[in-house]
Unconditional design. Structure first.
Lengths: 629, 160
């Protein structure tokens, strides 16, 4: 880390060294580009910083890239001045024999930026880059699309979605099939058989190596849509073919280069923004993020920059099953299920043949998708069933039904803001009114406005609740009532073809009641089932187990009923019965909650609760005003 | 006229990294409805949103083990189908679809012949996929035979 004066001194030193190292070319030619750099202070240009992923830090600059291979200067990671001189020198001394190993070929975006910022009379050696050219030719860029696979609750790093770029291709002037497009994405390099705890620790602390990779889009679709059953949103980007090629070069600069992955901030979405900045330094994208970068927020940054258009929806296998089931009468959905569960038995194929041709096609299509979904759990035997269904299908008329735009869910940017702050009043067992303040850095719960989020998926991280009360002696008291590390709940209604468990998990500190002096730490899990009780309501029942440092060891049941009201409101009734194994004491709690949506980013929430504690019955009420940003 | 999607330089790169394949050409390849990846590796890879791969900027063909006797088109078709065989199979059964269209693109089928291509695939489904353990190699060979029998589509058959 160097001060401004030290930087200039080091620049001058480099200048002296370069000037004195006589090469075959004349001294005046050698120094002319150095003078150009110095006169324009190119090493402090915002574009240079972005191309090299430098961030300003106290006392100087530091590149996000940890890999020494990325830099030509010895301490290039911290020295934009020396790095610029060393990089240009490397470009100047490239020879055609080096081929793909030439500096110009390994760092094409960096070289392109240098060319753009140097006068034309400064000439660089001409070098062919076969591998880069082949890649660009195969991708045949016509534009770019931002791909957003939806959140996936089964894996921590996927709970907030993912982003990467697809280089759209053209073939003879027409848009080429999207599956064949090449993609550019960043992710952590995980060794096979990595221990789960090691992964969690390294991922959170930024110790995982990470790299930029490219795969054909069909591999991504197979992975997200089919294997993980995640819907994909595709946002066309406002970039020209030439800009898409520049973006490829920005990704190529980082090919085989290590940049550590950190789950909270320097994750896939953040790195994608910095790649876009490296390609297009006129945009400031990364500056919106300092502590953490949530993928949907990076979409919003791109939206504000005018870079995204309305998205297309690519449904996952489970979504396609639900859509097709919705197009058929219940009896036919059951027939589709029997076709699979009874391995295409003659009784079922005969029943199928009785249906009108159009419905026969839908039933077979639904049955096939169900067989593939079922195969995820029990692959043996399903191959024959899937094959038998395809044989049936091949004899029917051509065509397939995809969900039309009207049937698409709301796209992620339509959702409420990722952060929620709340101010409210509460009336508690102490028969006093208190004020309360709540803050949740991420992400979404079962009562928030649901549009744009995964259905019935609650993901709360670091939610905090603080109470301000005034006691009998008129003394004000500020107390932390709750701090969750994580608080998850998935209440997907059971669907016979896509069976899932309802589950919940919470880890954090929770005060049992306003009178309680202690704030015990606890862990709780719940497992059970949710069922649809109507077109817009669901019920659930979970068996729960909880351990706290109070100490308490609790086992119990948690039941609830949630219903959508009006356009976006939600009402819920939840009851809990737990038995404290250590204290031999049962207790029950009943709560009614209503979330009234005022706008996408504002809501009011009212809750009435009653709790038994031994012989006493305590009731409470809270009213919160929440806003999301 | 067939258009190469890759330059000659890549052919050199491919033959240089040929791994021992399980059969001639590009090996038998995957079967339809086979489990695609080891679940544990997959889970970890998806945790970090990276499809686990030891190729940083690799194109799809490098890990197939195709030897240098294979044409680039065949190699690309083989790589595509090894990941996508189920999707192409169901599109063939349905007589249309994006995955089938992707295959048509790799075979350089002209826009005016795409409908005939899809129809021929659906009509010959059980010939291209005779059983639940049809391999990619068998499916490709059968598809080429189907194409050669159609006077309009014969021009697209690969000589593999």
């Amino acid at each position: 880390m160097k001060t401004g004066i030290a930087r200039t001194l080091s620049g001058a030193l480099v200048l002296l060294l370069l000037g004195s190292a006589a090469t075959a070319t004349s001294t005046s030619f050698n120094t002319s580009w150095i003078h150009w750099v110095e006169q324009n202070r190119l090493y402090h240009d915002d574009g240079w910083y972005k191309v090299m992923h430098y961030r300003a830090i106290s006392g100087g600059a530091r590149s996000d890239v940890e890999d020494a291979d990325f830099f030509f200067a010895p301490a290039g990671r911290f020295d934009p001045v020396a790095e610029l001189f060393s990089s240009v020198r490397a470009f100047m001394t490239d020879t055609p024999e080096l081929g793909d190993d030439a500096a110009q070929c390994r760092y094409p975006r960096r070289f392109e930026w240098v060319l753009e910022n140097f006068p034309e009379d400064i000439v660089f050696p001409q070098v062919e880059c076969p591998a880069l050219s082949a890649f660009i030719e195969q991708s045949a860029p016509s534009g770019m699309t931002l791909i957003y696979p939806n959140a996936y609750l089964n894996n921590p790093a996927s709970m907030f979605g993912h982003t990467f770029v697809r280089i759209d291709g053209q073939s003879e002037g027409e848009t080429r099939n999207a599956l064949l497009a090449l993609t550019v994405s960043y992710g952590a390099d995980v060794q096979p058989n990595e221990n789960g705890f090691v992964y969690a620790f390294k991922g959170l602390t930024g110790l995982y190596p990470g790299s930029v990779r490219s795969h054909p889009y069909y591999r991504q679709v197979q992975n997200y849509n089919e294997l993980e059953s995640r819907d994909i949103w595709e946002y066309p980007m406002n970039f020209s073919p030439a800009q898409a090629e520049t973006f490829i070069k920005a990704g190529w600069d980082l090919k085989d280069i290590n940049i550590n992955y950190a789950y909270l901030l320097e994750n896939c979405s953040y790195r994608l923004l910095s790649l876009l900045e490296a390609a297009f330094p006129q945009y400031d994208l990364v500056e919106d993020f300092d502590v953490y970068a949530v993928p949907v927020d990076t979409l919003r940054t791109l939206g504000r920059a005018g870079l995204l258009e309305a998205p297309r929806f690519r449904p996952a296998i489970a979504s396609r099953i639900h859509f097709l089931a919705g197009e058929l009468a219940q009896a036919q959905v059951e027939l589709a299920q029997r076709l699979v569960d009874d391995a295409v038995a003659p009784a079922d194929t005969e029943a199928l043949a009785q249906l009108p041709a159009e419905q026969q096609r839908l039933v077979v299509d639904l049955a096939y998708e169900y067989s593939r979904f079922k195969a995820k759990k029990e692959s043996s035997g399903m191959a024959e069933v899937s094959y038998g269904l395809l044989r049936l299908r091949a004899q029917q008329a051509a065509g397939q039904l995809a969900p039309p735009p009207e049937a698409w869910p709301s796209e992620p940017m339509q959702g409420h803001g990722v952060r929620r702050a709340g101010v409210g009043l509460g009336y508690g067992a102490d028969n006093r009114v208190h004020a309360r303040f709540r803050f949740r850095p991420a992400y979404h719960d079962n009562y928030d406005r649901q549009a744009g989020f995964l259905d019935n998926a609650q993901v709360n991280a670091l939610q905090a609740e603080v109470r301000l009360s005034v006691d009998e002696d008129d003394e004000a008291d500020l107390a932390l009532d709750r701090l969750d590390l994580v608080d998850f709940r998935s209440l997907n209604p059971y669907h016979a073809m896509t069976p899932s468990l309802a589950w919940a998990g919470r880890l954090g500190w929770l005060r049992q009641g306003p009178q309680e002096k202690t704030l015990p730490f606890g862990a709780e899990i719940g497992l059970g089932r949710a069922v649809s009780t109507g077109s817009n309501s669901l019920g659930f029942l979970l068996a729960t187990a909880e351990a706290t440092t109070a100490p308490q060891l609790l086992a119990g049941l948690h039941a609830g009923w949630l219903v959508d009201v009006a356009a976006h409101d939600r009402f819920g009734l939840e009851a809990r019965i737990v038995h404290d194994v250590l204290a031999e004491e049962p207790s029950a709690r009943l709560a009614a909650t209503y979330n009234r949506v005022l706008s996408t980013h504002r809501a009011v929430r009212f809750q009435l609760a009653a709790k038994t504690q031994g012989q006493t019955l305590e009731s409470s009420a809270t009213l919160d005003f929440n806003w999301y940003f | 006229m067939k258009k190469l999607l890759l330059t000659a330089g890549l052919t050199v790169a491919l033959s240089g990294t040929a791994m021992a394949g399980s059969g001639p050409g590009c090996g038998l390849g995957s079967m339809i409805f086979a489990e695609k990846t080891g679940t544990f590796n997959h889970v970890l890879a998806s945790i970090t949103n990276g499809i686990y791969s030891n190729q940083a900027f690799g194109m799809s063909t490098g890990t197939l083990g195709c030897d240098s006797s294979q044409s680039i088109e065949y190699t690309q078709v083989a790589a595509y189908l090894d990941t996508n065989l189920d999707q192409v199979a169901v599109d063939m059964a349905r007589g249309e679809g994006e995955a089938l269209d992707g295959l048509a693109t790799l075979l350089d089928v002209q826009a005016s012949d795409r409908a005939a291509f899809s129809a021929a695939a659906q009509a010959n489904f059980t010939r291209i996929f005779p059983s639940a353990d049809t391999t990619r190699e068998t499916a490709v060979d059968s598809l080429m035979a189907v194409l050669r029998e159609d006077q309009n589509l014969a021009v697209y058959a690969l000589n593999a």
